[in-house]
Design a protein around this ligand. Structure first.
Ligand SMILES: [Zn+2]
Length: 147
């Protein structure tokens, strides 16, 4: 008896949670997207490649370890259009939770190569890279990330 009662109560709750989840993940208001492609070339300034625009999660944080500064410099000069989450480096979160960016295939490969050649040596740096990659992976696997 208890099992039947549990199912009949749990299913509507689960359906409601699922519905809210689908609604909230399926629609992203343009107010939540910072568009970094507007008035910017669709050709990579480092590799000369034609790029595709992509929606990615946006994060923030004033991380200032030596390795993070080196990564930030590489993001600007070596792989400015890698397929990764967008870190504003601001100390406060933006209103926008997502970023529309230009993505270059060569920049993405350069990022992977750079991380292999310059592995983080502090735990906080390693956890930052893991956080970025996990956030990006979860977004790609979400409904919005597959659109
Ligand atoms: Zn590039």
């Amino acid at each position: 008896m208890n099992t039947v009662r549990t199912h009949s109560v749990a299913l509507p709750r689960f359906s409601f949670v699922l519905l809210i989840g689908l609604l909230s993940s399926g629609c992203i208001s343009s107010r939540r997207i910072q568009d970094y492609t507007v008035a910017r070339s669709s050709s990579c300034e480092v590799h000369g490649s034609v790029m595709n625009n992509k929606l990615v999660p946006q994060t923030f944080g004033m991380k200032r370890s030596g390795w993070i500064l080196k990564l930030r410099n590489a993001r600007e000069c070596v792989f400015p259009h890698a397929d990764e989450i967008y870190d504003t480096s601001f100390c406060m979160p933006s209103n926008e939770q997502y970023a529309r960016i230009w993505v270059c295939r060569e920049c993405t490969a350069a990022r992977t190569k750079w991380l292999l050649e310059n592995p983080p040596f502090l735990e906080e740096d390693s956890s930052y890279v893991r956080f970025c990659d996990l956030m990006w992976k979860e977004f790609r696997e979400s409904f919005v990330g597959r659109k």
